[in-house]
Design a protein around this ligand. Structure first.
Ligand code: FE
Length: 132
């Protein structure tokens, strides 16, 4: 299983920047990632393990410079945990399958969910259609 890869194997599998974000909980600079202004229809999969995480159907322009979604593709595919780093209380979003860091979720999103999943582009891998 992907989730059981050692950190050494992740280092080999991921680019340096992907490793920094996915495995070390880094953040890509705003307005620099490949998906903040991306509007094609399809599914955003985990760049670590390929699990489907977000759909273009739930993507919205948040103005933050990071791809933003009002809900996950499937709630079972992401997990959330409290993150108190940098003297803030935030809710971190991770891939359920491989534990990769995706970003954070905030409660200032659009209706009906009110959620804003603020996700690093580099943690995602867009696919215009899910492969069978
Ligand atoms: Fe994953």
């Amino acid at each position: 299983m992907e989730s059981e890869l050692s950190e050494d194997k992740w280092k080999k599998k991921l680019t340096k920047e992907q490793y920094r974000v996915l495995r070390e909980k880094g953040t890509e600079p705003a307005f620099r990632g490949k998906y903040w202004n991306h509007h094609e229809k399809g599914v955003y999969k985990c760049a670590g393990c390929g699990a489907p995480l977000f759909s273009s159907e739930e993507k919205f322009d948040s103005g933050t410079g990071w791809p933003s979604f009002d809900k996950p593709y499937d709630e079972a595919n992401v997990k959330e945990q409290i993150d108190t780093s940098y003297d803030m209380k935030r809710t971190e979003v991770l891939c359920s399958n491989c534990g990769g860091h995706l970003g954070h979720v905030f409660n200032d999103g659009p209706n009906p969910t009110g959620c804003r999943y603020c996700i690093n582009s580099i943690s995602l891998d867009f696919q215009s259609k899910i492969k069978d």
